[in-house]
Ligand binder design. Structure first.
Ligand SMILES: [Mg+2]
Length: 293
């Protein structure tokens, strides 16, 4: 009963038989069956997987630029998708983009990086960055929206899982209405985020409603889903890149790091390092022919 599924995903077409032989030569687990998910994605059912050998998997597949995932359940056993926004579903760090537009000399890139690495307190850095916006017009947000770059595969990920009946959530330490715009464009059913406060002149007050402003806010939202809808953590799939995603990824049935900061790479087994967001679908064992594009 200790069987697991190993998904292997590359950017380029590969020969499945070669990869299967490679696994047989390099790893001690027994291969029970294989399924082709696309010409660059394969699922292998394995037995006798030694969890202590994950470092070997990491090393060997990283050299081959192949993303891998180990899980023990089928996609039909999952019900909820939770995705981080900044540097996950989109390439931007949108609060930083907003601060930069004001012309402030606050070192947003470095501060944001340290926060996402878990080296400084998220709540403090959010507060500091939002304070810089005080007195600036709300219309700056339109400039940020124009610069948003969606990461490849995001729309397919959300559409496909929506179609399979998942409850899709965009959960971000970012802010409305940026989050609601991204959520709508990508087809998320729910958007959970912070909210800026504006004054009567439609200017930022420098304050905000901290809905997801804490280190563990995303995990706390999982608890809310669990309580309100009676869905166990084991049926949740989550994707993220930064320290404020860590608890969510750790507690999800399937938590996936996406081109992640080191703190996530060090603590989460399943990572997308080379490929795009469609890989989440392959990690769940979904075939490309069932993708909704
Ligand atoms: Mg992020």
């Amino acid at each position: 009963m200790n069987n697991k599924f190993l998904s292997l995903v590359a950017n380029e077409k590969f020969v499945a038989d070669e990869l299967i032989n490679f696994c047989k030569e390099n790893f001690s687990f027994k291969i029970l069956s294989t399924r082709t998910l696309s010409n660059h994605a394969l699922e292998v059912e394995i037995e006798n997987f030694d969890i202590n050998k994950t470092q070997d998997l990491n090393k060997i597949f990283n050299q081959k630029q192949i993303d891998f995932c180990i899980r023990d359940k089928n996609f039909k056993d999952f019900k909820v998708l939770l995705c981080d926004m900044d540097a996950t579903m989109i390439a931007n760090e949108t609060l930083d983009d907003l601060v930069k537009i004001t012309g402030s000399d606050y070192n947003v890139d470095e501060t944001s990086k340290l926060a996402m690495e878990g080296k400084i307190d998220l709540r403090t850095t959010l507060k500091n960055r939002v304070e810089i916006l005080k007195g600036q017009p709300k219309s700056l947000i339109n400039e940020v929206l124009k610069g948003i770059k969606f990461n490849p595969g995001g729309k397919t990920l959300v559409s496909t899982l929506n179609n399979l009946g998942f409850e899709s959530n965009l959960i971000t330490g970012g802010f409305k209405p940026i989050s609601t715009y991204v959520g709508k464009e990508l087809g998320f059913k729910n958007v959970i985020s912070n909210e800026f406060n504006f004054d009567e002149n439609n200017c930022f007050t420098g304050d905000y409603v901290p809905i997801t402003g804490q280190k563990n806010s995303k995990y706390m939202y999982m608890e809310k889903i669990n309580k309100e809808k009676n869905i166990p953590f084991a049926e949740m799939v989550s994707v993220g890149d930064g320290s404020n995603d860590l608890e969510m990824l750790k507690h999800s049935g399937l938590g996936i790091g996406y081109h992640a900061h080191q703190i996530i790479k060090n603590n989460i087994l399943n990572q997308i390092n080379f490929t795009n967001l469609e890989t989440v679908l392959y990690f769940l064992g979904i075939k490309e022919e069932n993708f909704i594009i």
